[in-house]
Design a binder for this molecule. Structure first.
Ligand SMILES: Cc1ncc(COP(=O)(O)O)c(C=O)c1O
Length: 385
């Protein structure tokens, strides 16, 4: 068999590899604790499950869903953006429901890039930014996010010859994996840079609701001119503990939304209607679960930060997200430290270089595990350091 070159160019998916490692170790009898994947351990709220069950019993929802999403779900998204970010969206043209935001993030490169075009990608970043570009035949160009620059890209340092071929830029704040946040001044600079250079912005915002210590995350779309500059991806996965449900959306620039919709309608058939009704309940039902969930993550963040400081490991205190981005101790690289922690402590952590070359020297710890198991994982790491 001879496979397409693009498959050869595609790295194995990080979290699928982590899943495999966990299974192998567990099969060998190791009590593995995984801090590798950002998959909320808390349950989806009952009101959302009840909405799904009710709608799943309605036979009209058993047929192909509308390609562009239920109008009622698109309207609920537009109302949520208005309420949460004071951003006006036209539900008919500026909102596109997705089968999880990962789907749209992978497909956007097909809508924007031809072979030879450049996709500018946050490095380190969510791995799908890179693989989406590769699958589209585009050339990914990494934008280093360094600690010295507060994990923000230096837009004015992108070489002219790269900029000439660049079609889009993929960024994400609050950030996975570094947990950095971006100030309003950066988003304003991004909008004017994008409008100057004709590079479409795809801002990925799934962690906007998971914030601590009074920090309120913005939407990229709330800055003047942003809708001319691009779109924002969002998701119900992390805000309402719905990773398994596969529901998110893209919103913003109508032309980009139309192009992404054209790719999607040719490839998939949309989200199960009953899940979209549950999505409306998530956005418009009681919201106290979100702040309760943030309290849980904050407690775990504090647990991790005090353990790291005991161990003499350096990490910035996250104001948002479900991750802590930790500098590896001297004498290790990212992969070496992650392997050491797995072999000696039976704890999975993600090596930073798996998120891009600038992630070298770091590992990512996820907060999506019960407090007592998290405490045990940290104790085991400390013991074997
Ligand atoms: C930065 C980022 N973007 C997108 C996603 C995908 O989320 P979804 O479940 O909506 O596909 C994730 C999931 O971990 C993520 O961390």
């Amino acid at each position: 068999m001879k496979f397409a070159d693009r498959i050869g160019n595609l790295p194995p998916y990080l979290f699928a590899m982590i899943d495999k490692k966990v299974s192998e170790k567990r099969a060998a009898g190791v009590d593995v604790i995984s801090l590798g994947i950002g998959d909320p351990d808390l349950p989806t709220p009952k009101n959302i499950i009840d909405a799904l069950c009710k709608q799943a019993n309605n036979p009209t929802n058993h047929r192909y869903p509308s390609y562009f999403g239920l109008p009622a779900f698109r309207q609920a998204i537009a109302r949520w953006y208005k309420k949460r970010f004071n951003v006006e969206l036209d539900p008919a043209t500026e909102v596109l429901p997705l089968i999880g935001s990962k789907e749209g993030i992978a497909h956007i490169a097909l809508a924007m890039c031809d072979a030879g075009d450049v996709s500018l990608i946050a490095d380190p970043g969510y791995p799908v930014y890179n693989t989406g570009a590769i699958l589209a035949g585009a050339t990914p160009h990494f934008l280093p996010l360094t600690e010295q620059n507060d994990f923000l890209p230096k837009l004015d340092e992108i070489p002219e010859n790269v900029l000439d071929k660049a079609k889009m830029i993929l960024l994400n704040y609050p950030n996975n994996p570094t947990s950095a946040t971006a100030p309003g001044a950066f988003f304003k600079e991004l909008v004017s840079w994008s409008n100057d250079h004709g590079v479409v912005v795809a801002h990925d915002n799934p962690y906007s609701e998971i914030t601590f210590d009074g920090y309120v995350a913005p939407s990229f779309l709330q800055y003047p001119g942003a809708k001319e500059a691009g779109i924002e991806f969002h998701s119900l996965s992390k805000t309402y503990n719905m990773t398994g449900w596969r529901i998110g959306w893209a919103c913003g620039n109508a032309t980009v939304i139309e192009a992404l919709g054209r790719v999607k309608t040719n490839i998939d058939s949309g989200i199960f209607n009953a899940i979209q009704y549950a999505g409306i309940e998530a956005l418009e039902g009681p919201q106290n679960i979100v702040s309760e969930m943030c309290d849980v993550y904050k407690r775990r963040r504090d647990l991790v930060m005090s353990a790291l400081s005991r161990m003499g490991l350096m990490a910035r205190i996250p104001k948002a997200t479900i991750y802590v981005w930790v500098r590896v101790p001297g004498g290790y690289d990212s992969a070496g430290f992650a392997a050491h922690v797995l072999d000696r402590a039976g704890v999975i952590i993600s090596p930073g270089n798996a998120y891009g070359p600038s992630g070298e020297g770091y590992v990512r710890l996820s907060l999506t595990i019960e407090d007592d198991r998290l405490a045990e994982a940290l104790e085991r790491i400390e013991k074997h350091l």
